[in-house]
Every structure is written in C-alpha cells, then in structure tokens.
Ligand binder design. Structure first.
Ligand SMILES: [Zn+2]
Length: 410
C-alpha cells in the first residue's frame, strides 16, 4: 500500500465512521414526547409513526452504506480495478471506447448492487409507512428511462471528457470545464420542458381561487409568471413538496398534487411565495455559479493527479489511463467533497431562512406559513428533532423548529 492508498482508505473509513456516528446520534436524539409546538398538527400516534419512520430509514441507511463500503474495499483490494482494466483493454477498442466501457460497467455494477436496496426502500419501507404509490411497472420504467438518459447524455459527455484530458494537452481541463458547464446549463434550461415530463405529468394549475391568489401575488412582487404547474407526485409517493426549476423561458414553479390536496389556499400561497423568494433573491444563479466554480477546481486538480503514478498504483493498476484516473481521483476527492458540503449546506439553509423571510414580508402571513410547514412535516413524517451533527452534515433545509422560530422573530 502506498501513501495514496493509505490516505484514500483512511478518508473513506473516516467518512463512513462520521456518518455512522451521525446516524447513531439521530437515533438517540429522537424525543419520546411530542414537542409542544406541534400539538395542534400531530397527534401522539402520528408522532410515534414519524419517529418510527426516522428510525427505520436511519437504520436502513446504516446498512446500505456499510454494504457499499465493504463492496468497494473488497473490489479494490481483490484487484478488481486492474482485473476489469485488463479485460476491457483486451478488447482493443481504443482509449475512448475502452474508457466508456470501463466506467459504464462499473456504474452498471454499482447500480445492480443498489437495486435491491432501492426495491426494499420503495416497496417495503415506504409501503409500510403508507407513502408508496409506485407500481412495479412504474419502478421498472423509471429505471429504464434513467438508464437511457444516462447513456444518451452521460455517454457523450464522458467521451468528450476522456478526449479533452487525453488528447488536448495542458489546457484539456479548461475545455472539459467549458463542456461540462455548457451541458449543465443546457440541462437546467431544457429539463423542465423535455426531461422532467418523461417521468411525470405537469398540468397547469386549474382555474380557481388558488390560481388567482398566486397570480395576484406574483404581480405584487413583480415575479414574471405565465404558468404554475401541478405535478402528479402521487404517481409514486404520498409525500408532498413544491419546487422551483429551470430559468429563462423554461422557469417553472411546480406544486405536487399531494401538496395542493393537503394545504389550504392561504398555506399554499405562502409556500409559493417562499419558492418565488428563491428566485427574487437570486439563489439559483448563485448556486449555479458555485457549482461551475467547483467544477473548474475539480478539473484543474484532476489534470494534476492524472500525472501522478502513485494514484494508479494505489489501486493496483499497471497502465495509467484517463478513465481510471478520473475514477480514482473521484475517490480521492470524496472526503474533500464531504468537507465542502458542510459550508454549502449551511449556505443552502441560510437561503431557506431568507426565502421564508421573503414569503412572510411579502404576504404578511407568518403563522400561515408556519401552519403549512407543520402540515408538510406531518404529511412527510419528518424528523422534528434532528441531531445538530446530522443537520451540519446533511441538511439542506433547517430543522423545522428553527424555521418556525426564525419566521416568528421580528
Ligand atoms: Zn426553499
């Protein structure tokens, strides 16, 4: 084992241990009595169900991450990366096709490994808690569509990356950066119109008081809206949500049909106001800018590490190649990614507070927003008492009680 192997192994194990600690703290931090704030939304039985749901999901997460790490380490130390490389190289297909097949086979292998977990999660856990509406046919179709999209979009992009890093000299990383940024922006732009409809139906919100209220509100805050969409989230799950997506002509506010069913008009309006807040406060371009920047740094570092033979030796690979380098650098980078996600999640939680504040200031209905958020927590069986470490590591949204306090402050 060389120094790279030791660093990567230590980082993978440290990351795993950190997640285990976070999960165990989550379990210990569950509170048997319902927090007073929620007495008007939850009854004791529902609260117990929410806790049981958190417990089940957390334990399941522990199991799947343990299996994931064990399989990765076994594959690594059994020389799997080199074995697969020898096999695929043996087909004599040139560096790009070889790279596509190598990475494609590993991605397929990982997908096959996670499939039973995903089946169990959907058809056993979600089913037991009354969330699942996914039929086996929908599940299989989703899988096929995702695979098709992965091949159709990911394949050419990966081929381009392999070519840029392999054949275009010292500025390859810059070309790769430009290519990935362009694809990312195009996807963000076109996904609401062409990709998301592959998975769900999007109908314009029906005429009525809700639609009128939303359009009046949008007018009052100068939000350019030509349509609000309702998505058939109920096709897969009874959980409820709302989101803002795309930009320019394809900018969309989307409400899950489950949300429209469960919240009243005033509550829905405050939720929409929150989503419009993200837009008015320019959160989306900020987020895009950060990820573009991150991609650039990532590719610069990758171009450096592709020259480091020790990285390949760490995985017992004899002949360095761009495709294996890409993969091994990804493993080397994953703990960095974890560290980066801490400030990025904090930043995202800050944005959520800001969007809440925007919604309250522009609608003047703080308590209505609180009511809507509480009902959402009830519907989704949210964990009301997450441990601070788990929040720091994983939460893109603040815990609900903190949000409620912030909404009421001022
Ligand atoms: Zn938000």
């Amino acid at each position: 084992m060389n120094a790279y192997a030791i660093v990567i192994l230590a980082a993978l194990v440290a990351e795993y241990v950190l997640n285990v600690v976070s999960d165990l703290l989550t379990l210990r931090h569950l509170r048997p009595t319902l927090p007073g704030e929620f007495r008007d939304t939850f009854d004791e039985e529902e609260y117990e169900r929410a806790q049981a749901y958190t417990r089940t999901r957390t334990r399941f997460g522990l199991l799947s991450s343990t299996v994931g790490l064990a399989v990765l380490l076994a594959f690594w130390f059994a020389g799997g990366f080199e074995g697969l490389d020898t096999l695929v190289r043996g087909w004599g297909l040139g560096p790009i096709i070889t790279g596509l097949l190598y990475i494609g086979l590993l991605v397929l292998g990982r997908g096959a490994l996670s499939l039973p977990f995903s089946v169990y999660s959907t058809f056993v856990i979600e089913e037991r808690f009354g969330f699942n509406e996914t039929t086996p046919a929908t599940f299989a179709l989703d899988l096929a569509k995702s695979l098709g999209l992965g091949v159709a979009i990911g394949g050419p992009l990966l081929a381009a990356l392999l070519w840029f890093f392999g054949a275009t000299g010292p500025y390859g990383w810059v070309y790769a950066w430009i290519a990935v940024t362009a694809v990312m922006l195009l996807l963000q732009f076109f996904a609401p119109r062409y990709l998301m409809p592959l998975f769900n139906d999007f109908e314009p919100l029906a005429e009525g008081t809700l639609r009128e209220a939303i359009f009046d509100y949008a007018d009052s805050v100068d939000f350019p809206v030509d349509e609000v969409y309702v998505m058939d989230g109920s096709r897969r799950s009874n959980k409820a949500n709302a989101f803002f997506t795309g930009f320019g002509a394809n900018r969309r506010i989307v409400l899950f049909d489950t949300l429209v069913e469960q919240l009243d008009v005033d509550e829905l309006l405050t939720v929409v106001a929150h989503e419009m807040g993200h837009y008015k406060l320019h959160h989306i371009p900020q987020r895009i800018a950060i990820s573009v920047l991150q991609t650039g740094v990532l590719f610069l570092l990758l171009s450096v590490f592709l020259q480091v033979e020790g990285l390949f030796q760490a995985f017992y690979v004899d002949q360095p190649a761009v495709y294996t380098g890409l993969l091994f650098f990804g493993l080397l980078y994953s703990p960095v990614d974890l560290l980066l996600s801490i400030p990025l999640n904090a930043w995202s939680r800050h944005h959520e507070f800001q969007a809440d504040r925007f919604a309250v200031d522009t609608t003047g209905r703080g308590e209505t927003l609180v009511g809507g958020l509480k009902r959402l927590a009830e519907t989704n069986l949210s964990n009301l008492t997450p441990h601070p470490l788990t929040v720091t590591l994983d939460y893109s949204h603040p815990p609900l009680l903190e949000r409620i306090d912030a909404i009421r402050a001022s």
